[in-house]
Design a protein around this ligand. Structure first.
Ligand code: NDP
Length: 317
């Protein structure tokens, strides 16, 4: 028999985006009284503008509104929310401890939905024009740049993928990469490089500033060999320089892959019984709102089944 602390939660969900709210919705509807611990920073959807590819919204929905609605929906069924950064996460005998800015929470199960942050350049104008021409998601925003000029920054598979998404709408896509060759897989490079009519590549070049008035009007660039500076006119700037999953605080407990993403199986289970992961913190490939919600639904149902199993096999109280 495992003796449980009195103030233990059946489930704690860590995160503040669409995955966390979806997990909260499912587990609150299952009467598990989830506690959601969200960080202080906005989630990725809250930083985007129009979301046109989430089913059920024929006219599209603003990213922040979608997230706000999902949270309200979970709260309607009793999900409780608190704000704070998770400092550490521990596995004890039969339960988990989550330390949040010096407060300790205990839970039988945990769903990690901490997301990933798009790597940023940290150059002048980047923050100012974020959402006003600067974006980290072409799949989300490409349609807003119909017949416009855009630049994509980066040389990996994401940069190629962003270019392919943008090519469908934009008048011209300019890829700017800091080296003299791409890091992306050959197959992805080939797909992009054959689109010579409207895709242009500038190697050995860094972007040093995003320029604009109300919206983006261009970027300032510098050739890394000659130091020569110039300006490229464009309406959109897509950053594709990698993502950083927000998983550092879990690395001593759950298994991460070499990029830092939590390793899950097809049922959103991690290597630790009772710990699940959903959304971008475990997904280096799709990174969509709908896949985040989908994996969170899986995690919630798995957590519910696990709690049922605990009730059936142990002295639950
Ligand atoms: P990567 O880390 O593979 O590539 C990032 C790119 O951005 C690199 O070219 C890098 O330059 C450049 N970069 C990084 N920091 C800066 C900076 N500060 N300034 C300028 N350039 C910078 O990230 P991705 O997001 O492209 O891919 C992540 C993983 O996901 C990879 O394993 C990839 O294969 C996979 N993926 C697969 C896809 C597919 O198969 N369809 C689609 C998307 C991603 P440098 O080359 O100099 O390092």
């Amino acid at each position: 028999m495992v003796k449980m602390p009195k103030d233990i939660h059946d489930i704690i969900i860590i995160g503040g985006g669409i995955a966390a709210h979806t997990a909260a919705l499912y587990t609150s509807r299952a009467s598990l009284n989830p506690l959601v611990i969200s960080g202080h920073e906005p989630d990725q959807l809250s930083l985007t503008s129009e979301v046109e590819n989430f089913p059920g919204f024929p006219k599209g929905i603003l990213g922040p509104e979608l997230v706000k609605n999902a949270k309200e929906q979970a709260q309607r069924f009793g999900a409780k929310y608190t704000e704070g950064y998770v400092d550490s996460f521990k596995k004890l005998k039969g339960y988990f401890e989550v330390w949040v800015e010096k407060t300790k929470y205990k839970a039988r199960t945990v769903i990690i939905a901490t997301g990933a942050s798009a790597r940023r350049l940290k150059i002048p104008g980047e923050d100012k024009y974020f959402g006003r021409g600067v974006s980290t998601c072409a799949v989300c925003d490409a349609a807003l740049f119909k017949n416009k000029g855009v630049v994509v920054i980066g040389g990996g598979d994401s940069a190629m993928e962003e270019t392919l998404a943008l090519y469908k709408f934009a008048k011209k896509v300019t890829i700017i990469h800091r080296k003299d060759s791409f890091k992306a897989s050959k197959i992805m490079q080939d797909r992009v490089l054959k689109l010579k009519d409207r895709v242009n590549v500038i190697f050995d070049t860094i972007v040093t500033e995003v320029l604009g008035e109300q919206f983006v009007t261009g970027v300032k660039v510098k050739n890394v060999n000659t130091n020569k500076e110039s300006i490229i006119n464009c309406n959109g700037v897509f950053l594709a320089i990698g993502h950083i999953p927000n998983t550092k605080m879990f690395e001593n407990v759950v298994k991460l892959d070499k990029l830092g993403y939590i390793i899950t199986d097809k049922r959103s289970r991690t290597n630790i019984e009772g710990v699940y992961a959903a959304g971008d913190c475990q997904d280096p490939i799709f990174r969509q709102a709908i896949t985040s919600a989908g994996t969170a639904c899986q995690a919630a149902i798995e957590a519910e089944r696990y709690i049922e199993h605990l009730k059936a096999t142990r002295n639950y109280k």
